[in-house]
Design a protein around this ligand. Structure first.
Ligand code: PGA
Length: 253
């Protein structure tokens, strides 16, 4: 049994005052939902502000990115130990990091191994662009992202890794994938690649989320799919009632 997980990726939104306000609103209704792991991923400036608010609340905290080195001359970056000071989770390889900040599968691999070493729960994003989707290359692209991104990771600890399947064409566009399409990619491409990199047991134990224009109204369509174990939510995670509705839909008490 894979415990469902719903993570809110706030991206570059909200000052610390705004973040505090959203968390204060969402704390009780979100924390009260059983049968689903809930995670908030605010901008890094808000991590130390939000961490104490979540004490005892059954809501996890995650960073949106981190560097793989432990310290040194890497201007603008956060080390795994710095993330670990406040967070249990970290998003790795989001498509916006790949598209705008030059992240490669090799970077993703270094970050993933550093996150595992630091004891963080990584949420690793994979997904094809519109062009790759339209030219029928989804399988090839996503399977490469997994094989390169997950290389040399110990299969004994693989079940800790969370994967987010996020078709780039569905992110922030309001055009979500159908539940059936996403389920097919997870079953035929993602779990198959994971079983090649690790083994069948590990592949079945790892949680795979869907991400891309998930809302309170379409969430149930994804969570009713057998291969989808939750969601990575962008835009809708900035609205308390929407995010709570998504978490409720994912709950399997
Ligand atoms: P979206 O973003 O829900 O706004 O489409 C999802 C994501 O980028 O993780």
């Amino acid at each position: 049994m894979r415990t469902p997980l719903v993570a809110g990726n706030w991206k570059m939104n909200k000052t610390t005052a705004e973040a505090r306000e959203l968390v204060a609103t969402i704390l009780a209704p979100l924390g009260g939902i059983a049968g689903v792991e809930k995670v908030l991923c605010p901008p890094s400036t808000s991590l130390p502000v939000i961490a104490p608010m979540l004490t005892g609340a059954d809501i996890g905290l995650g960073a949106q990115n981190m560097h793989w080195e432990e310290k040194g001359a890497f201007t603008g970056e956060l080390a795994p130990s710095m993330v670990k000071e406040f967070c249990g989770y970290v998003i790795i390889g989001h498509s916006e990091r790949r598209a705008y900040f030059g992240e490669t599968d090799e970077h993703v691999n270094k970050k993933l191994r550093a996150a595992m070493k630091a004891g963080l729960t990584p949420i690793v994003c994979v997904g094809e662009t519109l062009d790759e989707y339209e030219s029928g290359r989804t399988g090839e692209v996503v399977s490469r992202q997994i094989k390169l991104g997950f290389a040399s990771v110990d299969s004994a600890s693989a079940s800790r890794i969370v994967i987010a399947y996020e078709p780039v064409w569905a992110i922030g566009t309001g055009k979500a994938s159908s539940g059936e399409n996403a389920n097919g990619v997870v079953r035929q491409v993602i779990r198959r690649a994971l079983s090649e990199v690790f083994n069948e047991n590990a592949a079945q134990s790892m949680r795979v989320l869907y991400g891309g224009s998930v809302t309170g109204s379409n969430a149930a369509e994804f969570f009713s799919q057998p291969e989808i174990d939750g969601a990575l939510v962008g835009g809708a995670s900035l609205k308390a009632d929407e995010f709570v509705a998504i978490a409720k839909a994912a709950s399997r008490p």
